[in-house]
Design a protein around this ligand. Structure first.
Ligand code: SF4
Length: 472
């Protein structure tokens, strides 16, 4: 059986000089999901290969004659995925199967565009599914949805896989090795799954649950070594590996074992990781992180107001965040902040307030997104009547997608532009070139250009947002 995987991209890969230093314009890091599933199927079927529009074009003459084509979608690239499915349908007899976060939560919609939807984590389900298909039997495993005679059929909730110790074979992704020459494509490793918290806007918890599951520390560090090796040999300005877990520190004992394994193997590399504020109070963990080569923590700070934390079920306070950031920095680690604008209590001026907070507290970089509403999350249920559009998900890339309570969509988008312009000003760029050193300096310069591109896209859309606001 010939099997191909596709990861769609809203802005598919385009060859450009910019790809060396501007992230997310024509190139971005492909996700590990499809490569992991391809690695699982490769020993069974042999002819298994992946394409990601994040780093290459799709070689259609290699795809059309496949028996099964899997397409993996998040929310932002769902519409592109549907477009590719329609295109494949016109040129190929392959079975088209969708999976991924958006397909899992929104399978009623996704089922209209394909033969089957595989919901949840596919590590085990994909093996059962492909074996069933090749035997010609009926598909009955839990976690599958499809439409027959106009009726949606669901085989029930997906099971959670027990074995997740697969090291993705990065050679199974077309063009990946070549893409390692770009500083905008990073090595990444996903070490654990699940998060015990339940923030109202979190699609990951809605899709994959609150039970934390971990790979063995040895397996994770084998993966790290392989990822580093895969990216070696390319001349890159910045070498940093991203541990992509949503909450790596949820199982403290396990997290310590992984860090000790990195230290024991004497791996010399820079790492970045996402973290909640609690890790900032764990001195033992911070010492280990520094020793293992972690330079910065990307903190899901989200809001600066206690009211917002409370409204969206995020267990956090402004005071906790501040104390945590200070203690992390005291350990010689940088802090990066991930923020959300557009909470019900947010008003104009939030952009300036955030920029002042970031500059004053020496936060080294930011990702600011407008509040997003993925079907299946609690926040979608409470806000579905104030969304701008529920058929085109391609704007779910941090742009304003709803009518906030105290601002217009255009004002919300303008606040993101304001914060970004102040944090990534030309004056601060020169300050970074003069005062920052090494990786920190390179990252700020790269982010300066990336944010410039982000602001342009946000600004280009303001007339559209102003127009739809007038219609209200
Ligand atoms: S802490 Fe992060 S991963 Fe966990 S539920 Fe909240 S947003 Fe999701």
């Amino acid at each position: 059986m010939k099997i191909r995987f596709i990861e769609p991209a809203n802005t598919p890969y385009k060859k450009s000089l910019k790809n060396h230093f501007v992230y997310d314009e024509n190139i971005r890091t492909p996700s590990n999901g499809i490569i992991t599933l391809a690695t699982i199927l490769k020993p069974i079927y042999g002819d298994v290969f992946c394409y990601s529009e994040s780093i290459s074009e799709i070689k259609w003459n290699d795809v059309f004659d496949a028996d099964i084509i899997f397409i993996s979608i998040f929310t932002f690239n769902a519409n592109r995925g549907y477009k590719l499915a329609r295109y494949i349908r016109r040129h190929s007899k392959a079975l088209i199967v969708f999976g991924g976060l958006h397909a899992t939560l929104n399978y009623k919609e996704t089922a209209k565009y394909c033969d089957y939807v595989l919901r949840g984590e596919g590590d085990e389900l994909i093996v059962e599914f492909t074996k069933t298909i090749s035997s010609g039997k009926a598909v009955t495993s839990p976690g599958i949805a499809y439409i027959r005679n106009g009726k949606l059929i669901s085989t029930g909730e997906p099971k959670i896989p027990e074995k997740i110790d697969t090291i993705p074979d990065r050679n199974l992704l077309y063009g990946f090795k070549k893409a390692t020459k770009y500083n905008t494509v990073w090595p990444q490793v996903h070490a654990s799954r699940g998060c015990p918290h339940n923030c109202d806007y979190c699609a990951l918890v809605a899709a994959f649950g609150r039970k934390v599951r971990t790979r063995s520390p040895e397996n994770v560090v084998d993966d790290i070594e392989q990822a580093i090796e895969f990216f070696s040999g390319s001349r890159r300005l910045a070498n940093m590996l991203w541990i992509t877990d949503d909450n790596f520190f949820a199982d403290r004992k396990w997290a310590i074992s992984v860090l000790n394994e990195i230290i024991n193997r004497k791996i010399k590399y820079s790492f970045t990781i996402q973290a909640r504020y609690e890790v900032g109070f764990d001195d033992e963990m911070l010492v280990l992180l520094k020793k293992a080569g972690f330079d910065e923590l990307a903190m899901g700070i989200e809001f600066l107001e206690d009211e917002s934390f409370k409204n969206y079920n995020k267990k956090s306070t402004y005071d906790d965040i501040l104390r945590s950031v200070r203690n992390i920095q005291k350990h010689g680690l940088r802090t990066r902040g991930l923020f959300i604008f557009g909470a019900d209590n947010h008003t104009t001026g939030i952009g300036d307030r955030l920029a002042d907070f970031v500059i004053k507290n020496n936060i080294s970089g930011v990702l600011i997104q407008a509040m997003y509403f993925i079907p299946g999350t609690p926040v979608y249920e409470t806000h579905k009547n104030c969304l701008i559009d529920t058929s085109d998900w391609s704007r779910c890339t941090g742009k304003a997608v709803h009518y906030p309570v105290n601002m217009t969509p255009a004002q919300l988008q303008q606040e993101i532009i304001t914060a970004s312009a102040k944090i990534y000003s030309v004056k601060r760029l020169f300050g970074a070139i003069i005062r920052k050193r090494g990786l920190e300096r390179i990252l700020f310069i790269g982010e300066f250009f990336w944010q410039k591109g982000v602001r342009k896209k946000l600004r280009d859309e303001l007339p559209y947002l102003e127009k739809i606001n007038k219609k209200m």
